[in-house]
Design a protein around this ligand. Structure first.
Ligand code: PGA
Length: 245
């Protein structure tokens, strides 16, 4: 079964949530629901609205981030993993390059957040990926290995999804060729499997669209997609879901 996760980032509005949920649920076929796990990560304010509509329709909810500290406390502006779980989330996106770049998140901080997610019963979707400069200088594998190194601290049997998102492919319309995606996702699996003692679920993310989804999702080392911009448009998101089935 493939996993298609939509990352709305800081986009959306209440009216858009209403039409999105209606359009998506009306058009999702029973076969698509059966063959594809769909996860949506909207901004926090829209959780309760979407939870009521999407979860009953078989769509899972994810946070886009969580705090590295416990369940609650004096941390103004933060949202804990336990709170995400409390409002119906099953997953949380962590270590997204936008958070690494704009909020200075380090691999050590991302590990603390993953631990908080595991403690709360959430499955982290750990984002890793190289910048354009790192790619051009042949450092892709070394960067990914560095970003994955902290997984050695992961508890046995911890649920985890890895999203390979080249930074230069996010929101740019540029996508690595399918051979590169295939090889890089295979490399990620080879690095992670001995640590987690099971083959990991590896998603590709970065400018996934209705047009390129079929070629990407048929790669044997790609278990799904993390979709940004295209997840805001129900018709486009549905095309990607269809490509996964
Ligand atoms: P994009 O974003 O699909 O808009 O490139 C992907 C992501 O950042 O997760």
């Amino acid at each position: 079964m493939k996993l298609i996760a939509g990352n709305w980032k800081m986009n959306g509005a209440l009216a858009q949530c209403r039409t999105f949920a209606q359009d998506l649920l009306e058009q999702l076929t029973p076969l698509q629901r059966q063959k594809c796990q769909i996860v949506l990560a909207p901004p926090y304010p829209y959780f309760s609205f979407l939870e009521g509509r999407l979860v009953s329709g078989g769509v899972l909810l994810a946070g886009q981030d969580c705090a590295p500290w416990g369940q609650s406390g004096a941390y103004t502006g933060d949202v804990s993993a336990a709170m995400l779980r409390d409002v119906g989330c099953t997953h949380v996106i962590l270590g997204h390059s936008e958070r690494r770049q704009r909020h200075g998140e380090t691999d050590a901080l991302v590990l603390k957040k993953m631990t908080a997610a595991w403690d709360a019963g959430l499955t982290p979707i750990l984002c890793i990926g190289e910048t354009a400069a790192e790619n051009e200088s042949g450092q892709t594998k070394a960067v990914l290995e560095r970003q994955l190194a902290s997984l050695k601290e992961a508890p046995a049997d911890a649920p985890l999804i890895i999203a390979y998102e080249p930074v230069w492919a996010i929101g740019t319309g540029k996508v690595p060729n399918t051979q590169e995606i295939q090889e890089t996702c295979a490399h990620i699996a080879a690095v992670v499997e001995p640590v987690l003692k099971k083959p990991p679920c590896v998603l590709y993310g970065g400018s996934v669209s209705g047009e390129n989804a079929t070629a990407i999702l048929q790669l044997p080392t790609v278990h799904g997609a993390l979709v940004g911009g295209a997840s805001l448009k129900p018709a486009e998101f549905l095309k990607i879901i269809e490509a996964a089935c």
